[in-house]
Design a binder for this molecule. Sequence first.
Ligand code: FPP
Length: 243
Amino acid sequence: MSKLKDTSVEGNNKINSVAIIMDGNGRWAKKRGLSRTEGHRAGAKVISTVIKLFREYGVHHLTLYAFSTENWKRPREEVDAIMELIYFYIDEHVIPAIKEQGDLCVKFIGDKSALPKSLREKCIEAEELAKDRPFVCNVALNYGGRDEIIHAANRAIADGHTLLSEELLSRYMYTYPSPDPDMIIRTGGDLRISNFLLWQSAYSELIVIDTLWPDFSRSDVDRCVTEYFSRHRRFGGLDPEDQ
Ligand code: FPP
């Protein structure tokens, strides 16, 4: 029996779309007397395991917050190190995984135009390898929720639309056609959304855990999923017993 079936007895019956704010790399490194870059490197190492674990739970869309539109404010050295790390991660892990696994594709969401040219081209290379596969990993890179909404509205206007609707604007979001996240996890304990998926998070279950991202492990994934299945999603309506 799959884990999805094991845990679906309470509350919700499926989990299809998950998003993660991977926070705490810097604190993880500081605790060990390492550089922040070492923290990001350790953070990158857990990503493929986390993808595997969520796939075991039946998730088909995973959105990871790798670099925000505000992260450019960090010291130049740290920004350069993150860009380089992501480049090599795509080259050494993402592209081989897409080639080996027939059901996986990756999409980079955010404004690619400000990325270093080599990284931008590497992102496009990975995206072009496969599209419309059953498991989609959206990597938010130079991503901001407000930027996404403005970008979507401008594209809709450029396409000649004069009246926007929720349904229409949703189709212009970077994340389209992935469904809105059922659950958004934030590691590192901070209780904020940090400009992540502002449009899509309207009815997502928010789960904050203290674990720092590089320490995020199977037991944390299990805890988050158990917490998700214990919640009653009402989408603004009422539970059946209260109707
Ligand atoms: C937040 O931790 C993390 C980031 C800004 C970068 C996330 C990047 C990775 C996990 C590595 C590479 C990603 C991919 C997709 C290969 P923080 O630095 O804000 O930590 P702190 O809150 O402890 O300072």
